[in-house]
Design a protein around this ligand. Structure first.
Ligand code: ADP
Ligand code: F6P
Length: 324
């Protein structure tokens, strides 16, 4: 029989992402509309272990939908990766009467949710990461804002790069995933796009591209490099030495993770938050919300974590064809 939900908790974990606040707001308001109380857990699993737990009412989440970051705060917590940490977390949930928990974060955070579920605390995950690297979903909270922030910044670098007839390497976020680099590479009309999933570390190909483009009369050369490849500054030095063309590196960094969420991030995060509250209130556990084939759906966490995600070959080929 499904476990009755009287009180649920909500936390954000891992890297923050614009739109997390919209998701928190939706979880709180939908759960309350379903007759369920909500507690906010600050600073992810670390805050759970430290018992940083507050009551949330409808009004507690007013005036946050437009704000970047997360009002609950977030953290990475190594203690929660241990059996003892997870047992303590489940015990604390029981102590505070938390029957179920919504975890907003990436796949690392889902593993924590999975562990709690095994210990009798119902859980549901919501994909919150700017990296888009969660397999069971075509959308993750914050990606849309991050790519638009990066795209605007890259346009600006391009203006000055063209004026000075320079080559520019612009590094975007994505430690293990090249989605931000791929989308911005195409959207900004970059001449080279370097993705961790595809890069062969052959700088000579890039150098040849730059020399050939210059011969054809191009005044700039934009290279979008993903954080997972990194080394943009030393790459710039080597490219300048090999081509004789002034080359500069710009690392966009954390600015990509902040800022007011776009309309898409506010809307999708709101739907996902409400959906997650409904999933939990219906007594389900060990689920994760996703957006696939045009619909919001929920998946078993085990299955979601076992799925493999990779850059679309077709999109990658197009990105290369368009940059010629
Ligand atoms: P993300 O959720 O964005 O992938 P992390 O991988 O850093 O970010 O995970 C966030 C947090 O989730 C970790 O700091 C840890 O507290 C928890 N976590 C990660 N992996 C596990 C695991 N295997 N078991 C339990 N908890 C985990
Ligand atoms: O949130 C995802 C992400 O921004 C990755 O692109 C990046 O590699 C990582 O988080 C950096 O996280 P932090 O420096 O906060 O540990």
């Amino acid at each position: 029989m499904a476990k009755e939900m009287r009180t649920i908790g909500v936390l954000t974990s891992g890297g923050d992402a614009p739109g997390m606040n919209a998701a928190i707001r939706a979880v709180v308001r939908k759960a309350i509309a379903n007759g369920v109380k909500v507690k906010g857990i600050k600073k992810g699993y670390q805050g759970l272990l430290n018992e940083e737990i507050v009551d949330l009412e409808r009004w507690s989440v007013a005036d946050i939908i437009q704000r970047g970051g997360t009002i609950l705060g977030t953290a990475r917590c190594t203690e929660f990766k241990t059996e003892e940490g997870q047992e303590k977390g489940a015990e604390i949930c029981r102590k505070y009467g938390i029957d179920g928990l919504v975890v907003i974060g990436g796949d690392g955070s889902y593993r924590g949710a999975q562990a709690l579920s095994r210990k009798g605390i119902n859980t549901v995950g919501i994909p919150g990461t700017i990296d888009l690297d969660i397999t069971c979903t075509e959308y993750t909270i914050g990606f849309d804002t991050a790519i638009n922030t990066a795209m605007d910044a890259i346009d600006k670098v391009r203006d000055t790069s063209s004026s000075h007839e320079r080559c520019s390497i612009i590094e975007v976020m994505g430690r293990n995933a090249g989605y931000i680099a791929l989308w911005c590479g195409v959207a900004n009309g970059a001449e080279d796009i370097l993705l961790p999933e595809k890069y062969d570390f052959n700088e000579q190909t890039i150098i040849n591209n730059i020399i050939n483009n210059r011969k054809r009369g191009k005044t700039h050369h934009i290279i979008i490099n993903a954080e997972g490849i990194g080394h943009s500054t030393s790459m710039a030095r080597r490219i300048e030495a090999a081509t004789g063309i002034e080359t500069r590196a710009t690392i966009l960094g954390y600015m990509q993770r902040g800022g007011n969420p776009t309309c898409k991030d506010r809307f999708y995060a709101s739907i996902m938050g409400a959906y997650a509250a409904d999933v939990l209130c219906s007594g389900k556990t060990n689920r994760v919300v996703g957006y696939k084939h045009g619909e919001f759906q929920d998946f078993d966490i085990e299955e979601a974590l076992a799925m493999k995600k990779s850059i679309s070959e077709y999109q990658y080929e197009i990105s290369k064809a368009l940059s010629m």
